[in-house]
Write a protein that binds this ligand. Structure first.
Ligand code: SF4
Length: 292
């Protein structure tokens, strides 16, 4: 069997469907796919232009980052935000063991394509764990488990199965289920319009720089909202749908996100917080936070 042909069951460890341990990055088991596969435009998050498929100029030959300890002060804060949901080690160790984009450049595009697809699938798995655990509807929980199983099997079948997958269609199925669970969860919080905040606390809302300090946002639907630089200090986001919300530069000091819905590590990494910020148990406090 060629090295890049998968052996079923290798890529996602056989863990319970609600186990997110395989969905966390393990950079030591990856040959810096994120530092190579994606392209970046010079911005506040990434100090230089970088073409997709080319290694970052800060990448060492052993696939480590030469400026790892000073990414933020040197203008690479985006690197401290990114999270591959464990796709890096799945592709590096599972799909292409003993190979990498440098030693086998003829396979580089296949590696990069697989990485991009697996990252999306792992992210879906991350959300489905939450949907399955937050719903009280057994049928919905069963659908979440079935979707997770199907996605895991697809990943285990390897790059060819990924290429045959209709990712946009799968995204839509997953998104529909996530929204159903969101409605169910948010309904349990009897969300009112928080006093003094206006009537624009809605999905996709432009809340850039908004003062939401100490506001009770329980049960609000802020899916895809732009919360860049917003002041959420001391806010209660229990049951708040944050799917895809942009939290770059948001102030989360003292905020309660322990029961927020669909919060991910990249969103947390992009914000600022402190030891008083409450996070869901599967998320960790970024090192750059106050007291982190
Ligand atoms: S700056 Fe470091 S972490 Fe960021 S892409 Fe370059 S090598 Fe990777």
């Amino acid at each position: 069997m060629p090295a890049h042909e998968p052996q079923p069951g290798r890529f996602l460890p056989i863990t319970p469907l609600n186990d997110r341990s395989a969905l966390r990055p393990d950079c030591a088991s990856c040959y810096a796919l994120c530092c190579t596969a994606f392209g970046f435009t010079k911005s506040a998050d990434f100090a230089v232009d970088k073409a997709a498929g080319t290694p970052c100029r800060n990448l060492a030959t052993d696939f480590s980052c030469t400026i790892h300890e000073s990414l933020r002060p040197r203008g690479f804060s985006g690197c401290t935000v990114f999270d591959c949901f464990g796709a890096g080690q799945t592709v590096s160790q599972g799909y292409f063991p003993g190979e990498n984009w440098h030693s086998h450049p003829e396979r580089a595009q296949e590696m990069f394509g697989a990485f991009a697809s697996v990252r999306q699938l792992h992210e879906m798995l991350w959300y489905l764990v939450e949907a399955g655990s937050r719903t009280f509807d057994l049928d919905t929980a069963g659908r979440a488990a079935d979707l997770s199983t199907m996605i895991r099997r697809t990943i285990d079948q390897g790059p060819a199965a990924l290429r045959a997958l209709d990712l946009p269609a799968l995204h839509e199925v997953v998104r529909t289920l996530l929204m159903e669970v969101s409605e169910e969860v948010r309904a349990g919080y009897f969300a009112d319009e928080p006093e003094g905040t206006g009537k624009d606390l809605l999905p996709q809302a432009d809340l850039i720089g908004r003062n939401l300090r100490s506001v009770r946002l329980c049960g609000a639907d802020l899916r895809g909202a732009y919360l860049i630089g917003s002041d959420l200090r001391g806010a209660d986001l229990s049951g708040t749908d944050l799917l895809g919300a942009d939290l770059r530069g948001a102030r989360l000091e003292g905020a309660d996100l322990s029961r927020a819905l669909y919060l991910t590590q990249p969103q947390v990494n992009a914000a600022s917080g402190d030891p008083e910020t409450l996070l869901p148990p599967d998320l960790s406090r970024p090192g750059h936070w106050t007291g982190g």
